[in-house]
Design a protein around this ligand. Structure first.
Ligand SMILES: Cc1cc2nc3c(=O)[nH]c(=O)nc-3n(C[C@H](O)[C@H](O)[C@H](O)COP(=O)(O)OP(=O)(O)OC[C@H]3O[C@@H](n4cnc5c(N)ncnc54)[C@H](O)[C@@H]3O)c2cc1C
Length: 398
């Protein structure tokens, strides 16, 4: 075992760990990131790339609650559960259904809206700082509603977003067609978020973030953290073959963060909403901006040299293998819209770190700020990374 010493040790080098490392280092702190894989190669690599500052609606809503049984037990639905995962996920699901009740969902939306308020500006600034501005696109984002009934059913969410001042425009089927002419006609309509921005290659952004952090002096340790314990005024992290003594540990291990919080004495109901992507290499992309057919729960994402189809939720735990059926359904539903899609060039499974209320955990441990939590960002972790880094910095400065 080698013993190392640092001011701040960050467990996990996903987008949350990387942005936090960069920020704390820029403030003059000594930072180590502990990461067993290539930095940014977890959920942060394969997402839809949207800086979704409009996404204030939690996953659990009264509408989801109304259909929860048919959703969960239809293996092909956009929000399905693997049978084998049911016993282990039961406590999370119970909490999820509670959080989907009208009073809870409104409160959760309020908390999420507060976090999201400056997300786009913060990313524009950070992208400029690290030299990733050319990977940002600013053409808005489009939700599609296939039927008038679905369009009408979106009214409650539209109203809630209006309440929080989110820029959104309801579009007729003709207006959808003029915005994205290569989409097949929709009967319901669209919802356009004109100010939304997106990355055209989240994986490349992660590489740039990691390189910027290294250049700034952040030390990366390629190891798996296996335990965290308080030691004197600080903490001791086991990450074989290293033991790292730090003044502060930041737990940013994405969907794997729960065991550290439990070990420290702050049990949390963190689990994972597994999401998939398919990619099709192509130079002539059929869409200009991220487009979400809301009934299928995924985005068509215009990426550099390829179309990515990313999304859906599978409740299935951290260790189950890829479920080929989920990829087949994703492909079949994508082909309903673009029938000419051939075989995917590549496929991917990612683990969203998800709390039942869709509100991330960004706070010091109950026993003090020698341990700070920064995980549970669910569907909006890419969006919230710079904001999270700012919050962690404020916690440490307080
Ligand atoms: C299909 C899909 C689409 C999405 N689309 C969007 C989107 O459009 N916009 C958006 O904002 N968000 C989106 N998300 C969510 C977003 O990707 C995640 O919220 C975000 O990447 C979480 O970042 P993270 O750093 O917490 O986790 P991760 O990126 O998973 O990073 C956690 C890191 O911790 C490391 N780690 C784990 N255990 C240990 C350990 N014991 N010791 C050390 N390190 C450890 C892992 O190796 C990993 O690199 C999407 C997610 C999915 C799956």
């Amino acid at each position: 075992m080698t013993r190392m010493q640092t001011e701040i040790a960050i467990i996990g080098g996903g987008v949350i760990g990387l942005t936090t490392a960069l920020r704390l280092r820029a403030e003059g702190r000594e930072v180590i990131v502990i990461e067993p894989n290539d930095p940014g190669s977890g959920a942060s690599y394969g997402n839809a790339g949207t800086i979704a500052d409009y996404a204030i609606i939690p996953v659990g809503t009264p509408a989801v609650l109304k259909n929860i049984v048919s959703l969960l037990f239809n293996a092909d639905s956009p929000l399905a559960i693997r049978k084998a995962a049911m016993p282990a996920m039961f406590p999370w699901l119970m909490r999820f259904t509670y959080e989907a009740m009208p009073h809870r969902y409104r409160d959760n939306a309020r908390k999420i809206a507060a976090l999201l308020s400056d997300a786009a500006t913060e990313w524009v600034d950070l992208a400029a700082e690290i030299g990733a501005s050319d990977l940002l696109s600013a053409k808005g984002c489009l939700y599609l509603y296939q039927t008038p009934k679905a369009f009408k059913a979106a009214a409650a969410d539209v109203e809630l977003r209006r309440h929080y001042g989110i820029a959104q425009q309801l579009l007729s089927p003709d207006e959808v067609a003029s915005l994205e002419p290569r989409l097949p006609p929709v009967e319901g309509g669209g919802l356009f978020f004109p100010n939304a921005i997106n990355f055209t290659d989240p994986g490349e952004v992660m590489q740039i973030l990691a390189a910027s952090a290294k250049k700034a002096g952040v030390i990366f340790i390629k190891a798996m953290a296996t335990g965290v314990a308080r030691e004197g005024d600080g903490v001791r992290i086991s990450a074989p073959p290293h033991i790292i003594a730090a003044k502060t540990a930041v737990v940013a291990a994405g969907a794997h963060s729960g065991k550290f919080a439990a070990e420290i004495g702050d049990p949390v109901r963190l689990d994972t909403e597994r999401g998939y992507h398919l990619e099709f290499d192509m130079s002539d992309l059929p869409i200009e901006r991220p487009v979400c057919p809301t009934n299928h729960g995924f985005y068509f994402c215009p990426m550099k040299g390829r179309l990515r189809i990313a999304g859906t939720v599978e409740l299935g735990g951290l260790t189950a293998p890829v479920n080929p059926r989920r990829l087949e359904v994703l492909l079949a539903n994508a082909r309903r819209i673009f029938p000419d899609l051939g075989a995917p060039s590549r496929t991917w499974l990612g683990l969203r770190p998800s709390m039942p209320d869709s509100v991330p955990v960004i706070r010091p441990s109950k026993a003090g700020k020698s341990i700070v939590y920064a995980f549970g960002h669910g569907h909006i972790g890419l969006t919230l990374a710079p904001r999270t880094a700012r919050m962690v910095s404020a916690i440490l400065a307080a």
